[in-house]
Ligand binder design. Structure first.
Ligand code: HEC
Ligand code: HEC
Ligand code: HEC
Ligand code: HEC
Ligand code: HEC
Ligand code: HEC
Ligand code: HEC
Ligand code: HEC
Ligand code: HEC
Ligand code: HEC
Length: 318
């Protein structure tokens, strides 16, 4: 009798143990999923993309042409990719049971305000947190509440690559950076509006280690990545050049020649108010105009202003 009881107890214990394991595993998965979507909290389960397509033919047709749709449909590598529509929108059973509808069934809708920017971003980051996006957290865009879908439209191809929210990368940035759009129209500018450079020639909009989301670690590293002849080292260095090209230049556009912040000679005079030769407009000794400030002014005689390798180039004359 006693042995039987013990067996019964063991059996009950084993069943209890199994049910703990069984109930805990999905529950734990549910908990992680809910941080991504909030949908799992409603107890919804995955139904598969075929069911979604039945009611959302129009969206599905456009979506099918995107790179992600193609990869998910034909070359899915991870469980999340195999989930198709629900990989982004979350499990859809409640939405489907209710016959669909706006705000119905706890899907991630990506509508502005429906979920927090952080929740929407987390969905994309499930698959995209590496590569260009390792510094996204804590970056200026993340901090300002910008989310992936401000720059990327993923349900259809609006741009010919990268799923931009607008037709081109520039238009995508100009949605919010109107000042940059204006600066690029100024007379002196790098060839961005001519299409030779884009914002991402210099910036990583997902954030970087460098200042101002620059791809390089310093402003000078950025400039000399293309203007290699300015890299140096020079025998005779001009300290403000070594320090920061931004001491004299502004990157996006200027009404002064050569993207200068201030025109020569005033630019030079900001730092060189005393020198062995006078630099005021009129020669104090007479009434003749001072040639040192005419034409290209100072750089007419000091053309190697970025530094010189000539043995006697200490004055940047040669
Ligand atoms: C029975 C038909 C039906 C099915 C099946 C269905 N939906 Fe819907 N869904 C709708 C309707 C209707 C709307 C509301 C459309 C509107 O208001 O423009 C909707 C809205 C949505 C929205 C927008 C939600 C919002 O709050 O803005 C998303 C996203 C969505 N569905 C995704 C899905 C996904 C993913 C699936 C598959 C898991 C799915 N739907 C299955 C009918 C359906
Ligand atoms: C890669 C993530 C992703 C996948 C996969 C995805 N969607 Fe979406 N969906 C979004 C985003 C983001 C939005 C918000 C609007 C936008 O950015 O295009 C959206 C919006 C929607 C909407 C509401 C807006 C509208 O156009 O009416 C519906 C409905 C929808 N998706 C259905 C689907 C269906 C059906 C599938 C699968 C065939 C699917 N989605 C797959 C991310 C995704
Ligand atoms: C389930 C995983 C998964 C999710 C979730 C996901 N993606 Fe993707 N995404 C992919 C894969 C896979 C590719 C294709 C990568 C490749 O092979 O180049 C891709 C490609 C892209 C591309 C590049 C397209 C191109 O033309 O080069 C963009 C942009 C993108 N995803 C944005 C998003 C955004 C925004 C979201 C959230 C709304 C999102 N993704 C959600 C897996 C995912
Ligand atoms: C401020 C605009 C902006 C935001 C916000 C943004 N992106 Fe991008 N994304 C871009 C631009 C521009 C490119 C093209 C970069 C290039 O061609 O090198 C790009 C490229 C990509 C690519 C394809 C290149 C690659 O890295 O594989 C993916 C994937 C991508 N973004 C995903 C995301 C995800 C996920 C988020 C949210 C965490 C996000 N993006 C937020 C502008 C943005
Ligand atoms: C949805 C609006 C939005 C879009 C689209 C957008 N930005 Fe921004 N961006 C902001 C906000 C907000 C800030 C932070 C406030 C500020 O400095 O203006 C910012 C800041 C920046 C900064 C300065 C970072 C810093 O450290 O001060 C750079 C660089 C930048 N964005 C580049 C881009 C590029 C490149 C694109 C296009 C690929 C882009 N942004 C698209 C809203 C946007
Ligand atoms: C040739 C390189 C280059 C290109 C191209 C470029 N930027 Fe910049 N950007 C910079 C540098 C360098 C800084 C830092 C300036 C400083 O802090 O003195 C900067 C700073 C910024 C800032 C923050 C500080 C400010 O000036 O407001 C924003 C926002 C910005 N860039 C947006 C853009 C956008 C949008 C585009 C595309 C239209 C773009 N940039 C193209 C080099 C570039
Ligand atoms: C991605 C490449 C690239 C980067 C990075 C870059 N430039 Fe340029 N820059 C160009 C190109 C291309 C031109 C057009 C003239 C040419 O072909 O040399 C140009 C032109 C200029 C001009 C002449 C403008 C005029 O009005 O004639 C100045 C000055 C200049 N860049 C300064 C800078 C500074 C300062 C930086 C760093 C903030 C920088 N560049 C970063 C590519 C770049
Ligand atoms: C002390 C001020 C000053 C600093 C700092 C400076 N520049 Fe210049 N830069 C000038 C002046 C002045 C001109 C115009 C020269 C002329 O009129 O011949 C110029 C012209 C240029 C030009 C266009 C003409 C050419 O010679 O190709 C480029 C490109 C350039 N600078 C790049 C840079 C880079 C890159 C840095 C940082 C490594 C830098 N500059 C730092 C003053 C400066
Ligand atoms: C941001 C400040 C700054 C600007 C702007 C500036 N310089 Fe300089 N410059 C310096 C400093 C600092 C030195 C090093 C002085 C020293 O070593 O005593 C220097 C050195 C020189 C020298 C070498 C002579 C010497 O005393 O070593 C000449 C020539 C010169 N600068 C000309 C110019 C010209 C021309 C311009 C305008 C295109 C200019 N500088 C703009 C800060 C500046
Ligand atoms: C007509 C040619 C010429 C012009 C124009 C000119 N310089 Fe000079 N600069 C010289 C010569 C030559 C020397 C060397 C003088 C010496 O060694 O006594 C010199 C030396 C200097 C020095 C270093 C010696 C000192 O006096 O501290 C600085 C700084 C300087 N110039 C700045 C400028 C600035 C700023 C301008 C524009 C306002 C300018 N130069 C315009 C020819 C010129």
């Amino acid at each position: 009798m006693g042995g039987c009881r013990r067996d019964l107890l063991l059996a009950v214990f084993a069943v209890a143990l199994i049910s703990i394991v069984v109930t805990y595993t999905p529950a734990a998965q549910g908990a992680t999923a809910s941080t991504n979507s909030g949908a799992a909290a409603s107890g919804a389960t995955y139904v598969g993309s075929d069911i979604c397509q039945g009611c959302h033919q129009e969206q599905t047709a456009k979506y099918a042409k995107t790179k992600m749709a193609k990869v998910f449909a034909s070359a899915a590598r991870t469980p999340a990719e195999k989930q198709g529509c629900e990989g982004c929108h979350g499990p859809g059973s409640k939405h489907v049971e209710a016959g669909g509808g706006k705000g119905v069934g706890g899907l991630v809708s990506f509508r502005k305000g429906a979920e927090s920017a952080k929740q929407q971003t987390a969905v994309c980051q499930k698959c995209h947190e590496k590569g260009q996006r390792v510094y996204w957290e804590g970056g200026p865009h993340e901090g300002a509440g910008v989310t992936c879908t401000n720059c990327h439209k993923v349900m259809e191809n609006v741009s010919d690559k990268r799923n931009f929210a607008k037709e081109t990368e520039l238009e995508t940035c100009f949605q919010c950076h109107a000042l940059k759009k204006a600066q690029l129209q100024r007379s002196s500018h790098m060839p961005v509006r001519e299409g030779k450079l884009v914002c991402t020639s210099c910036h990583n909009p997902h954030n970087s280690q460098g200042p101002r989301q620059l791809k390089q670690n310093t402003i000078n590293d950025n400039c000399v990545s293309c203007h290699t002849e300015r890299r140096g080292p020079f025998l005779w260095e001009h300290p403000p050049v070594v320090e920061n090209c931004g001491n004299c230049h502004t990157p996006h556009g200027s009404t002064n020649p050569f993207l200068l912040k201030v025109r020569v000679p005033r630019l030079c005079q900001e730092c060189h108010n005393y020198s062995r030769h006078p630099s005021q407009p009129y020669d104090p000794s007479g009434s003749t105009a001072n040639t040192r400030v005419l034409g290209r002014g100072c750089v007419q005689c000091h053309p190697q202003i970025h530094g010189s390798n000539h043995p006697s180039g200490s004055m940047f004359h040669r």
